[in-house]
Design a binder for this molecule. Structure first.
Ligand code: PSU
Ligand code: MN
Length: 302
């Protein structure tokens, strides 16, 4: 496939300079305007400030772009101009010349194809509540079971069925480790209250596990480094639980389905918490971007 890899990213990949892939659905459909554009720039600056080259990924006019310029970030920040593309949409978008932000599944695939090993996002998709009636499980999970990439995230979005998602991650052979925690983070919340089997304590240790994945061979699975938002930056847990219950009921009565569910719930929470959920979401992503920079640096020093 014809990947439009920016000169900066291409040079970094050639030189062995650390590169971190950034997802675009969070910008186009996960965060409100105009904050989304500000933070898209901020995440890139954070990486550059740590000597890491950012590779924000999106599809413009049927061409997958790895590494965007300012015009690309501005285009991304307008949800009207960007659809939402998971892996399964990529071929359709390329063939028809469509434009869209890429989800974790779309981004992880394109990043791995470009030779990028480290990827930062907010929270992964997963098994939605009500799975027994809707069978809505994010395509993120299946794609990560067959893509060799390290995803730094704050767990999975707490709008999901978190225990079921952890079970699916196990079934799919996706390696999961808490970063300096024995508990799986809860996206807006520092913990989901559920244990993880593994804890990693440093970027170097994460890089060692990545080398270990390659040494073990077998299916080309992902590594999830689950990095909690700091307790003082999390959303108030009681507020979270109350507003989420309202949001789930609102989604249900509005008949929201499929791709629209996640953006609907994220927006509902932002509105119903007067922006507090947005701050917690951003704090989580910021932490993930900063940790991804350190892991990518440790990885490229190998
Ligand atoms: N993390 C965030 N905000 C988001 C997402 C992740 O902080 O909006 C996006 C990711 O692109 C993820 C998607 O892949 O939500 C999951 O959507 P779905 O449940 O429709 O697969
Ligand atoms: Mn879904």
């Amino acid at each position: 496939m014809d990947l439009r890899i920016s000169d900066e990213v291409r040079q970094a990949l050639t030189d062995g300079t650390p590169v971190v892939a950034l997802e675009s659905t969070i910008i186009s459909h996960g965060l409100p305007q105009p904050r989304n554009l500000e933070v898209a720039r901020e995440f890139e600056e954070t990486l550059r400030g740590s000597g890491v080259v950012p590779a924000t990924i999106a599809v413009f006019d049927g061409a997958p772009h790895i590494g965007l310029d300012e015009a690309g970030l501005e285009r991304l920040a307008d949800p009207q101009r960007m659809r939402k593309f998971g892996f399964r949409d990529l071929a359709l978008a390329v063939a028809t010349g469509a434009s869209g932000a890429t989800t974790v599944s779309g981004t992880a695939h394109l990043a791995a194809l470009a030779g990028i090993r480290v990827f930062a996002t907010g929270g992964l998709g997963g098994v939605h509540r009500g799975w027994t009636t809707d069978q809505d499980e994010s395509a993120d999970l299946q794609l990560l079971s067959r893509t060799r990439i390290t995803v730094i995230c704050a767990g999975v979005k707490s709008i999901l069925d978190v225990p079921a998602t952890l079970q699916r991650l196990e079934t799919l052979n996706i390696s999961v480790a808490g970063y300096r925690t024995g508990e799986f983070p809860g996206f807006y919340l520092s913990t989901s209250g559920l244990p993880v089997d593994w804890t990693l304590d440093s970027p170097e240790q994460c890089a060692a596990v990545m080398r270990g994945q390659d040494a073990v061979e077998g299916p080309r699975t992902a590594l999830i480094v689950a990095n909690p938002v700091a307790p003082e930056q999390q959303l108030d847990p009681a507020l979270h639980d109350r507003v989420l219950a309202e949001g789930l009921a609102a989604a249900d009565s509005a008949g929201v389905k499929g791709q629209a569910v996640t953006p609907f719930l994220l927006k509902y929470l932002v509105d119903a918490t007067d922006g507090a959920s947005l701050e917690a979401n951003l704090a989580a992503v910021r932490g993930n971007v900063a940790l991804a920079a350190r892991i990518a640096t440790a990885w490229s020093a190998r």
